[in-house]
Design a protein around this ligand. Structure first.
Ligand SMILES: [Mn+2]
Length: 294
C-alpha cells in the first residue's frame, strides 16, 4: 500500500495551467500517487487537460476548499445558504470533470475566524445543504469529506464527535470525515481516540505538523495517529499538507495564518515527508506485529 498524497500548495498557489501541470509532474516524480488541489477555479485552466495528465500519470486527485464569506451554508440567511449550495454544486461538477473522487475541506461553513457563536438554525441549514449536495455527489461519483478544523478556521465542526453527529443527521452514506493531525492536535482531547471514534466514517486524512512545516519538527504525536489508523483499518490516502510563506495564495495563506517561512525549498521537504510517512506507517505495522505475537 502506497497511498501517499501531497497538497498542491507545497508547489504553487497559482491556478495557471503550467503551474498546476508542473505540480502534478513534480509530485509524480517524487513518488506521490495523489495530488490535492484547493479552490480550483475552472475558468483559469483547462479542466479536462489537467484530468488527462493526472490520469496518464496514474495518479488520484482530491479537491478541497473552504466556503468563502458570503456563501456560508451554516448562515441563518437563506439567500446566503443558497449561494453556498451553488458553490458546492459547482465544485462537485469540477471534481467530476477532473476525475476527483472526493471533495473535502471546510465545505460545511465559512473557512475563517468567526466573531459569532454557531446557531441551531445555521447547523440545520448546513446539515440540510450537505445532505442535498451529497446526492449530487453520489450521482457524480464524488464523496463529500468534512474537514474537522480548529476553532480559528470554523465555528461549526471542531471535533470528530461533532462531525459524527453532523454526518448522522445528514442521513447520507456519501458524507464522511476528513481528519487532520494539525487541527486534531489543537482541539481533540486525544487525537488517537478521535481517529478510533471516527472508525469507518473516516474518508480522508491530512498529515501536518503543529507548525505546518517539516513533519517531526513539531509537537504532533504521529506514532499514536498511525496506530489508530491501523486500528480502524484505514487504508486510504494520507496526504501531506504543509504551508510556508514561500508559496503564497492570497486567500488561503491569510485565512490559515501562514505568516512565516517554515521552509524555503519544497523538493527536500516533500522528499522528507514521503519517507517520514512510509517509515512511521511501517513502524506502526511492526509494533502491531510484535505486540500481537506470542
Ligand atoms: Mn488539512
Amino acid at each position: 500500500m502506497n497511498k501517499i498524497g501531497i497538497h498542491a500548495f507545497v508547489w504553487t498557489g497559482s491556478s495557471r495551467q503550467a503551474d498546476l501541470e508542473r505540480a502534478v509532474e513534480t509530485s509524480h516524480d517524487l513518488g506521490y500517487s495523489l495530488i490535492e488541489f484547493p479552490r480550483l477555479d475552472p475558468k483559469l485552466f483547462n479542466v479536462p487537460a489537467l484530468g488527462r495528465l493526472i490520469q496518464a500519470r496514474k495518479m488520484d486527485i482530491v479537491v478541497t476548499m473552504g466556503l468563502p464569506k458570503g456563501s456560508d451554508i451554516s448562515s441563518d440567511d437563506r439567500d446566503e445558504v443558497k449561494r453556498g449550495e451553488t458553490v458546492l454544486r459547482e465544485a462537485v461538477s469540477v471534481c467530476r470533470d477532473l476525475g476527483a473522487r472526493k471533495l473535502g475541506g471546510i465545505i460545511f461553513s465559512m473557512h475563517g475566524k468567526y466573531y459569532s457563536m454557531p446557531t441551531e438554525a445555521g447547523w440545520k441549514n448546513s446539515v440540510g445543504t450537505i445532505a442535498e449536495v451529497a446526492k449530487a455527489g453520489e450521482e457524480a461519483g464524488v464523496l463529500l469529506v468534512l474537514e474537522i478544523v480548529n476553532r480559528f478556521e470554523s465555528n461549526l465542526l471542531n471535533t470528530t464527535a461533532q462531525g459524527l453527529r453532523f454526518i448522522s443527521e445528514t442521513g447520507s452514506a456519501n458524507v464522511k470525515l476528513h481528519l487532520d493531525t494539525f487541527h486534531m492536535n489543537i482541539e481533540e482531547a486525544s487525537p488517537a481516540d478521535a481517529i478510533r471514534a471516527a472508525g469507518n466514517k473516516l474518508g480522508y486524512f491530512h498529515i501536518g505538523e503543529s507548525n505546518r512545516g517539516y513533519l517531526g519538527a513539531g509537537t504532533v504525536d504521529f506514532d499514536a495517529a498511525f496506530d489508530a489508523l491501523l486500528d480502524v483499518g484505514y487504508d486510504d490516502y494520507v496526504t501531506f499538507e504543509s504551508f510556508s510563506s514561500e508559496v503564497v495564495d492570497k486567500d488561503l495563506s491569510i485565512t490559515a495564518g501562514i505568516w512565516r517561512n517554515t521552509w524555503s525549498d519544497n523538493v527536500p521537504l516533500a522528499r522528507h515527508a514521503k519517507a517520514f510517512i512510509e517509515e512511521r506507517r511501517s513502524s506502526a505495522q511492526r509494533r502491531r506485529t510484535v505486540s500481537r505475537t506470542p
